[in-house]
Design a protein around this ligand. Structure first.
Ligand SMILES: [Zn+2]
Length: 486
């Protein structure tokens, strides 16, 4: 019997698990420092290296930070939660288990709203739990040059929160948007640096595909080892394609953990997926249940800073800028600060926004820089905008000034002075230039005077070229019209 071939459209279903390092000064269960990049094994003690007889004590600040995140993502904070041991062997885990939370996480049932195709989409947060980080293994470059692997326990016991999203994400782009929003919230709260390269913000992805319209979920794989937003998106794209092609061949996707290989741009099988029961979770007998008083939660709630969504609302209200602008400008705390500084010094929000969304972001994106590394300060930008407004420079020259400011970090007044870019407002000088242009093109002047009005633009262009873009365009228009009419 012949099988009817219908092309099925597949949709991806993605859920993300993010590990974020909390910015406490000391570790989660001992007093060791959490400073990044110190000499290996200098920030350790009997507790975080799992010596017999040592006992963990939970860090109050770490709990406070985790509650902050729970509140900021509209989660319910559990009055009681429980630390549990997750048992597994690995050389970077000296105790042979990781202290985490299992059945009773600290926060549950929240959401984050992400701006997707011009609309806010709600992505569920299933749970947020606290746990300790493991150490770090350092492998030799090659087995020949360095036949050993080393272990650094400085990171062991650094506090983490794990944030588990619902399977609500439908594209790699959306996954990236969710991650950027989550990172932004952590940064607004000042509880995590969000630095992916240093590993303080790490993401694993669960991904499956299913025929569009089907409710049941397909078999999923878990992706690991993606250390930038771009890699998360690329890995998901690859994995979705891989799974679709398996299903199109009428084969089955295997549930497993796969590693993203950034060099080859592919995901490779790492191990069969372990189940929760493989870890033999049980409540940690060394730690009492974590009890969080309602009054403490309220105190923390009151102390929350303005978060991205609230800031966006305020920007829309106070500055009357388009929603798209407000979304981008509040996407990081530093960007919002830059904008507000700019507007404070040059109170025309839409103009400041236009320059930030245009020139500024273009330069930053090209150099893969964050706004806190931007050589143009809000003061310099405002100063330049004032120069346009006063007529000292033309809008066209301003783009060159901006580029120069970005390249050198110099003040715009200085650049304009050094380069001699001051706008020509001298009517006599403009008239003389117009005269020269007309003398060079007598035929065209005649044509214009006979009614070929489209030529006007050509003359404007010539005058601007002659003055190297420095003539005031408004004056050029006025004077040119007068002169051409004879
Ligand atoms: Zn320690």
């Amino acid at each position: 019997m012949e099988r009817e071939e219908i092309s099925v459209e597949f949709e991806p279903v993605i859920g993300l698990e993010v590990h974020a390092q909390l910015l406490t000064q000391s570790k989660i269960f001992c007093g060791c420092s959490t400073t990044f990049g110190k000499e290996p094994n200098t920030l350790t003690c009997p507790v975080c290296t799992g010596q017999p007889g040592s006992l963990p004590v939970v860090n109050r600040k770490a709990v406070e930070f985790a509650i902050k995140l729970g509140l900021a993502t509209s989660c319910r904070i559990a009055p009681y939660s429980l630390f549990a041991r997750k048992n597994y062997f690995y050389p970077d885990l000296p105790k042979g288990y990781q202290i985490s939370m299992y059945e009773y996480p600290l926060a549950e049932n929240g959401f984050i709203e992400v701006f997707v195709q011009g609309q806010m989409k709600r992505i569920k947060i299933i749970r947020i739990h606290m746990e300790e980080d493991a150490g770090k293994l350092k492998h030799g470059e090659t087995p020949e040059t360095a036949p050993f692997s080393y272990v650094d326990f400085n990171r062991t016991g650094v506090p983490l929160v794990e944030i588990v999203s619902g399977p609500d994400i439908r594209s790699p782009q959306e996954a990236g948007d969710y991650l950027r929003k989550l990172r932004s919230i952590l940064q607004y709260l000042e509880i995590c640096t969000g630095n992916m390269e240093e590993g303080s913000f790490r993401c694993d992805a669960n991904v499956s595909v299913r025929p569009k319209g089907q409710n049941e979920l397909g078999t999923r794989t878990e992706l690991k080892n993606m250390n930038s937003f771009r890699h998360v998106e690329k890995a998901l794209e690859y994995e979705i394609k891989r799974q679709i092609s398996i299903l199109e061949d009428r084969e089955e996707v295997i549930q497993e953990t796969r590693l993203w290989d950034a060099n080859q741009g592919i995901t490779v099988s790492m191990r069969g997926k372990e189940e929760a029961h493989d870890y033999r979770y049980f409540p940690d007998p060394d730690l009492v249940p974590l009890r969080v008083e309602g009054t403490w939660i309220e105190e923390i709630r009151k102390g929350l800073p303005e978060l991205p969504d609230q800031k966006k609302e305020r920007f829309l209200r106070d500055y009357k800028i388009p929603e798209y602008d407000a979304e981008i400008l509040t996407s990081t705390k530093d960007m919002a600060f830059y904008f507000e500084e700019g507007v404070r010094l040059f109170p025309e929000p839409k103009t400041v926004s236009n320059w930030m969304m245009g020139e500024l972001l273009r330069e930053l994106n090209r150099d893969e820089r964050e706004i806190d590394q931007c050589p143009v300060t809000p003061q310099h930008l405002a100063e330049m905008l004032a120069m346009i407004e006063e007529g000292t420079i033309s809008g066209k020259i301003a783009k060159d000034v901006f580029e120069e400011m970005y390249r050198t970090g110099e003040r715009p007044t200085r650049i304009v002075k050094d380069k001699g870019w001051i706008q020509i407002l001298d009517t006599g000088e403009i008239e003389r230039t117009i005269q020269r242009v007309m003398e060079t093109h007598p035929k065209l002047v005649e044509d214009y005077q006979k009614g070929k009005e489209k030529l006007f633009g050509f003359f404007v262009g010539e005058v601007m070229k002659e003055t190297k873009g420095k003539a005031n365009p408004k004056l050029v228009n006025e004077l040119l019209r007068k002169k051409l009419q004879g």
